[in-house]
Design a protein around this ligand. Structure first.
Ligand code: FES
Ligand code: FES
Length: 158
């Protein structure tokens, strides 16, 4: 089947999509956007998190066909103007919250959404927002530092 969708502000047409194909597969293998990671393919780890019509979802659990006519925003499309790094991405680097990096794209998208909704999140709110994103490397403390840093930066520029 053919699927028409908008990805990071660009209209895309994907052909030969099979019925069970995930949005994650279409993004990574057909549209050349490997930022969203495939770690579990079962909705357990959050490494594939993307925005679908402005709401974070696990792209491995969304059928590509369900994205017809909808807007997808991936970690590659977070930076303002489409270039460089988004402040959340910068904060993850500066706080040392990236080790192997497999969980990072999903955590960045989820953190980005949290700070958009809750500009000054408490630690409990950060933990709750990121509860579906698993990291096997960092022990999470530096991830919390990164989200706090990103929120402070955002608050100081608005
Ligand atoms: S790859 Fe989608 S939740 Fe793990
Ligand atoms: S940095 Fe390796 S899984 Fe999180």
């Amino acid at each position: 089947m053919r699927v028409n969708l908008t990805v990071n502000g660009v209209e895309q047409t994907v052909d030969d999509v099979w019925e069970g194909e995930s949005l994650l597969y279409a993004l990574r293998e057909r549209l050349g956007l490997p930022g969203s990671k495939n770690a579990c393919e079962q909705g357990e780890c959050g490494s594939c998190t993307v925005y679908l019509d402005g709401v974070p979802v696990c792209a491995c659990l969304v059928a590509a066909g369900q994205a017809e006519g909808r807007e997808v925003r991936t970690v590659e499309g977070l930076a303002p103007g489409g270039g460089g790094l988004d402040p959340v991405q910068e904060a993850f680097v500066e706080a040392g919250a990236v080790q192997c990096g497999f969980c990072t794209p999903g955590l960045v998208v989820q953190s980005h959404d949290l700070i958009e909704r809750v500009p000054d999140p408490s630690d409990a709110e950060i933990r709750e927002a990121l509860a579906g994103n698993l990291c096997r490397c960092t022990g999470y403390e530096k991830i919390l530092d990164a989200v706090r840093l990103a929120a402070r930066r955002k608050a100081s520029t608005t």
